[in-house]
Design a binder for this molecule. Sequence first.
Ligand code: SF4
Ligand code: SF4
Length: 426
Amino acid sequence: MSLIFSKMSKHLAGHKDLTSNNDVIKVNDIDTVFIPLANGNSSNFDVFVKAGDHVKVGTKLGQRNDGLVVPVFSSVSGVVKAIETHKHSLGEIDHVVIENDKKFENEQFDAFDWKTASREELVEFTKDKGIIGCGGAGFATYVKYQRPDGINKVIINAVECEPFITADYKEIDAYVEYLMTGALAMKKMSEAKEVVIAIKVGKKYLTDKMRAALPDSSVTVVEVPDAYPMGWERTLIRHLEKKEYENLPAELGLVVNNSTTAISLAQALETGMPIVNKFVTVSGDALSKPTNVEVLVGTPVSELLKIAEVNTDEVVLINGGPMMGSSMDNDEFVVTPYTNAITVMNEVQTNAIPCLRCGACSDYCPAGLQPVRIMQAYRAKDWDMVRELRADKCIECGLCSYVCPSKIEVSNEVRLAKTIIARMKK
Ligand code: SF4
Ligand code: SF4
């Protein structure tokens, strides 16, 4: 791929002060959790429990079975009431419904001595504990480390570029030592020489805190511009390395993981416990009490909205942040191991006007696409052109809609075009 240095990112109003200074509220007093049998875009799972089984915190409930191995675990002790379908961003999929006995009995796990373990044993541990990308995608972490040939640098992504979200910052603040352990474990798994932790400029408190906790000179902290989507790995690598890759960062000797993933890995190494709770930002301009919560995986989002208090009727509920999250019809879905935010925004009616052909959407697209041309091809049902314009490379960042002076929801149309290509491929 050729180098494309147009704008490709933009400073956005962050609104992070809505939640960045508040304490994290711990929520574990819920009666029932609903653990989704899903990972990434897959709900192909083997199930290991049935109604009536007693489970503990950390009991393996099921495992993805379509090529990737990603187990899911109970976040409470109690009794399995049912395996039944509930709403999820993938649609209606199976969830393990567990009545929480509130005793929080743990499965007996040992710490894992990662310093003496072999690289392969450490990767296997990561796989067995279901460590996944916690930045929103949920991609199985072990896959990035299976064949580390030529990896020379691990980049830990603590950028958290999307407006409103502060959950990663809160986790780093709470668990900076775990972040460093996770960084070293990832260095070992990848056989890299160094780890770079990237954070947005202007986070002095966290930057200083991380620098004070650095374990040795192989781990450094770098500040990156306050621009969106600086947290997308292609944009981040473009900024840090001044290079482009075709398919994977490994082509440049790089592996990228989210800071919360590093923390989760370190917690599992020390306690044996997989990801059973999550820091989640609940924010947006339609909430009276935006906050960060630490919740059990499987907690209904309705419980979080009770805490944050929706203050109007006409709202848009988003699973994730306002730019990359998915709009949801209602609050009947739950926190997953890779949920990082729930955003509730006032519904704003915008009246789009015809395209001005200003080219702003193409200038800012971080994937180097021409969103306006994809939109036109989609409207004309010209699927060959949609494919030629590489709509499948859209990362659904929403920036083309954001910058459009005509208020056209360009990203929605590109997303639909992308769906058509995916269907045609199938
Ligand atoms: S939503 Fe897709 S097309 Fe629009 S700017 Fe982002 S990557 Fe480009
Ligand atoms: S930003 Fe909006 S008005 Fe400008 S070219 Fe793209 S679609 Fe047209």
